[in-house]
Write a protein that binds this ligand. Sequence first.
Ligand code: FAD
Length: 357
Amino acid sequence: MPQRLAIVLPPNSDQCPDMTEQTLSLIPDFDLSARNTLALKARSRFGLVLDAPDQVPAAFALAEKRGLGLRILGGGSNVVLSPEFEGITALVAIKGRSIREETDEHVLVEAAAGENWNDLVAYTVKAGFGGIENLALIPGTVGAAPVQNIGAYGAEIADVFESLTAYDSATGEVVEFSRQDCGFAYRDSVFKQQAGRFVVLSLRLRLPKPWQPNLGFAGLSELAGRDDLTPGLVMDRVIALRQSKLPDWRVTPNAGSFFQNPVVAPSQVEPILAEFPNAPKYPQADGKLKLSAGWLIEQAGLKGFTLGPAGISERHALVVVNHGGASADDISALASHIKATIRARFGVELHQEPVLL
Ligand SMILES: Cc1cc2nc3c(=O)[nH]c(=O)nc-3n(C[C@H](O)[C@H](O)[C@H](O)COP(=O)(O)OP(=O)(O)OC[C@H]3O[C@@H](n4cnc5c(N)ncnc54)[C@H](O)[C@@H]3O)c2cc1C
């Protein structure tokens, strides 16, 4: 169970009725089209920019007072936004980061939820500390990183997670989550399972010393054995690999990997292996096998496929792109087509990664 923290936040609206109106300024008819990496046209009846932790409970109190729903948005890099939202969209923009502690065994790094994730990676690397360099160039905010336990190049945030603080909108308390409390799994956590309940305020990472480079992933293994190896060198390689493989969302709007890699029983993989003996498969601790969603989509002949203004990237079969003017419905129609094709062709169910918001 997460620990209740003795953090004093400003009183809620019951104790101080005017406080929310005074400290928060609602932005009417808030345009989110430039605030999601799929570049979907989207508006919210109201917007709010939250740049201090005490504004979070105030925002919920204000929404309740006005009888409006409230949803949280970070960098908009893992969402499929509906065209209209009749409530308040609150952007988490709380800033601040620091090295809290350094011992012979570890470094504790703390960052506020509104910090840019990739900036945090660069900050730790510049300070000489390794541990999150494999997660470079993942778009979005620090606060959203634990929500789907971001991962890339054989690493995930759970590996170095120390703790986080979050506002619990169900109880009105600020709570501290240990690693165990978070229920981290592959692209999953309690924050994703209980969507909308918790607002992550700050994150603490424990980077182990001495640095242990994680070079097990294809593309990084050739760095092994280099005597000039540094976290910066690994970070630069990760960035170069990502730039060579993934379409840039600023040029071709997308939300990164659109489907999770399916984890299935060995019996489900047998017919696939009979046809494709070299199909990528990764054994899991529970005896199941993780397949590559991108490989399945490519084998089904869907790479580059388009449906209206939505399509699958020519460069990467796991990336759904907006070719211009696509709506959430267009993206969902394409996603349904991909899922049905993979189900019919391989008997495998794909699960969408970006959240419908
Ligand atoms: C080009 C590209 C590449 C990507 N590559 C990867 C990758 O390699 N690995 C990977 O794991 N992901 C990847 N992603 C997905 C995405 O970058 C991550 O999931 C990222 O953590 C989302 O951050 P965000 O701030 O943009 O969240 P948003 O998209 O704004 O929000 C995502 C979800 O988190 C919730 N949320 C946001 N902030 C908070 C908060 N402070 N507290 C509680 N809930 C919150 C939102 O309500 C929403 O449900 C990629 C995306 C793109 C566009």
